[in-house]
Design a protein around this ligand. Structure first.
Ligand code: NOJ
Ligand code: CA
Length: 680
């Protein structure tokens, strides 16, 4: 289809925004969603999305402002379209589910400027029944080779009034904010994923997939008022230290812009949209990475009873490390993380990280001997590279640092980028520059670490990371990350994480991918006795609710000794799943998730609630038909409440069968964990 001119009469004017004429449309495989691609009278491209015929995304702009070429956003005509159908099931090496179905319809819209030099821009849409992804392609062309992107004009105009759950973008604390629940029109500038519930009950989320060699997309309120005032969000690319946020050479494609469209909060979390829009595994055999649980010299540092720095309270001593290794070996945990093992923590380490050595241990820590001691006991150390944001220094030592770990049998590393947003220190041509944690520079840096680590069969888990956009599919050694407020805030945060925090995370941050939340603080006590706003049973539930293929048992060994009954669940719970189902959930209120172990026929259930006690009705129709199960239940005691009696827990067994209808009682700030042991 090609159009030389657009009949002016066919233009619809909706509250001042010209709705363009549809030049191509795309239905999702089941016909649930329809994407319409539009060109307005000025040849400005846009798109709309409808669900079951009702508008979800109103006419929203597409295009760019460039630094070395006129803006690329109007005067287009349609040159042609290409379509593809796709329905394939692929297998994850590890994950929330073993098999993922990728069923979508694809439409490539080829646009060309009507006037010389006739630059070309392609937009590729993929429609799934639970969401849409689209990305721009810059094909090879004389008139557009080296491209500086000053602004991406992509918009998301939400058609119905909506409530949003979001954290601010462009603020100093990266992604470590409490989620706010506000009218969408009150969102100023937000990170993605941002989650919405519309007036009619639809659940939407905006995010991105495959953020490679590009700046992260923030979303900010656009000044345009239609169709619902304040509900038009526009892409804002994380800035670069100098010049435009993105510099690339054609040909290249941007990350996918993703729009989840789901009838319920449960369906939102169950979607595989982001993973499906990533490229398949680029690393080949990754069976060397096995999901695991770990313990470590960590919570004591956040409690400030031990220190990262050397001195009388140094946590990372040889003797202390051996104690943790023995504890791990005795309880079947594969990993032991030891923070403060290296030189550079003395003094003000987070000032600029300029003392960090990634190859030299602290004087009172015998790295080689400790690693050997661990190996002899079937335990592996988990490496730690805190950079304090000094990426220049880290990159200069990266090769030898990873070689050292490979030689010692250390096959995963937690990295860290503690620095204010905008404070990542880099050196370009000998000049110091400061970058954002999620700009193009850091998208390159993280992939460099991940690919260098993969060459040595090392898995990576960054804290203060760039956000997750599903790259674990392409690089399965990028196993987890932080990128939200984790458990550490319960040690020293003002305020600590509120009871609703995890019910927010599941439907926001967790749409992006795994999180190294570090659950399992059975003492329920932070620094100086600060009360954690959780019951004991909820700490167990988090192992099922907050997905990660590496999970920490984050409390001190002596605290687990005091809670042997509850600790049994932490020892038993797997970290790799064949299947995941959300049984019930509302954003920020509660969630119940069932997951089937990848290695046995057992199922596990985790449920958490906010500050309100509640009873959830669930059907056990996920269990195998005709099979008897024994449910090992860890529930809030009848008198439990996170304020009054947080440690009250009832541990009991009960038979279970498919089709049973159960009521799950959750205390205020509470939770529930169940292992369904499969019998005959
Ligand atoms: C922040 C990380 O989130 C935390 O886990 C770590 O202990 C400190 N940085 C020090 O690296
Ligand atoms: Ca952190």
């Amino acid at each position: 289809m090609s159009r030389a001119c657009i009949p002016l009469l066919s233009l619809l004017l909706v509250a001042g925004i010209a709705s363009g004429e549809t030049i191509a449309s795309l239905d999702s495989p089941g016909g649930m969603l329809t994407v319409s691609v539009t060109l307005d009278a000025d040849g400005r491209p846009g798109y709309q999305i409808a669900r079951a015929g009702a508008p979800v995304i109103a006419d929203s702009r597409l295009g760019f402002i460039l630094s070395d070429s006129p803006k690329l956003e109007r005067g287009f005509r349609l040159e042609g379209v290409e379509r593809k159908t796709h329905d394939q099931t692929w297998e994850q090496p590890w994950g929330e589910r073993r098999f993922v179905r990728d069923r979508h319809q694809e439409l490539r819209v080829r646009l060309v400027e009507k006037r010389a030099p006739g630059r070309r821009l392609h937009v590729v849409f993929r429609a799934f029944d639970d969401g849409v992804g689209f990305r721009y392609e810059f094909p090879v062309q004389e008139a557009l080779r080296d491209i500086g992107i000053v602004e991406e004009l992509t918009e998301f105009a939400v058609a119905e009034p909506a409530t949003a759950w979001w954290i601010p973008a462009g603020e100093w604390n990266r992604y470590e904010y409490l989620y706010q629940k506000t009218p969408l029109a009150d969102v100023a500038q937000a990170h993605t994923p941002i989650t919405l519930r519309t007036e009619s009950g639809l659940h939407l989320a905006f995010h991105e997939a495959a953020l490679v060699d590009y700046a992260a997309m923030w979303l900010r309120r656009s000044g345009e008022a239609a169709p619902v005032a304040g509900q038009r969000l526009r892409a804002m690319l994380a800035p670069a230290a100098a010049g435009p946020p993105v510099r690339r050479s054609a040909p290249f494609a941007t990350p996918w812009r993703t729009i989840h469209v789901a009838p319920t909060a449960s369906a939102l979390y169950e979607s595989s949209l982001v993973l499906n829009l990533n490229e398949p595994n680029a690393l080949g055999d990754v069976s060397w990475f096995k999901p695991y649980k770990y313990v470590g010299i960590w919570w004591s540092l956040h409690l400030d009873t031990e220190t990262w720095a050397t001195g009388p309270r140094h946590g990372a001593t040889t003797a202390n490390a051996r104690r943790y290794i023995d504890f791990a070996a005795a309880n079947g945990f594969r990993g032991v993380l030891i923070e403060g093992w290296n030189r550079g923590w003395d003094g003000d380490w987070f000032a600029d990280g300029s003392d960090f050595s990634f190859t030299e241990p602290a004087p009172d820590f015998e790295l080689e001997a400790v690693a050997a001691y661990a190996r002899e006991r079937g335990v592996r150390l988990v490496g730690h590279h805190e950079t304090a944001g000094n990426v220049a220094r880290y990159e200069s030592q990266l090769g030898p640092a990873l070689d050292l770990y490979a030689r010692l049998g250390i096959d995963s590393v937690k990295t860290g980028y503690v620095a204010d947003a905008g404070g990542i220190r880099t050196a370009e041509n000998g000049r110091i520059r400061y970058q954002w944690h999620d700009g193009q520079f850091m998208s390159r840096h993280h992939l460099r670490v991940v690919t260098e680590a993969a060459k040595r069969r090392i898995a990576v888990n960054p804290h203060e990371p760039i956000k997750d956009t599903g790259l674990r599919r392409t690089y399965p050694n990028w196993v987890s990350r932080e990128g939200a407020r984790g458990m550490e805030y319960n040690a020293w945060g003002h305020p600590p994480n509120p009871p609703e925090h995890e019910a927010n995370l599941v439907f926001t941050r967790m749409l992006a991918g795994p999180m190294d939340f570090t659950p399992g603080i059975v003492s329920l006590t932070g620094r100086g006795g600060q009360r954690i706003q959780s019951t004991l049973a909820k700490q167990l539930a988090l192992y099922v609710v907050i997905y990660s293929p590496i999970q920490m048992a984050a409390d001190l060994p002596e605290n687990y000794a005091k809670h042997a009954g509850a600790f049994r669940f932490i020892r038993d719970v797997p970290v790799d799943w064949a299947q995941t189902l959300v049984l019930a959930g509302e954003v920020g209120d509660y969630v119940a998730i069932a997951r089937r172990d990848r290695d046995t026929d057992d199922w596990y259930l985790g449920a958490v609630t906010d500050e309100n006690a509640r009873t959830l009705d669930v059907m056990l129709d996920f269990l195998d038909a005709g099979r008897a199960y024994t449910a090992e239940i860890y529930r809030d005691g009848d008198d439990a409440d996170w304020r009054m009696r947080p440690s009250s827990i009832a541990i009991e067994e009960r038979p279970a069968r498919r089709g049973d209808a159960w009521k799950l009682g959750l205390a205020a700030g509470g939770g529930l964990a169940i292992r369904f042991r499969a019998g005959e």
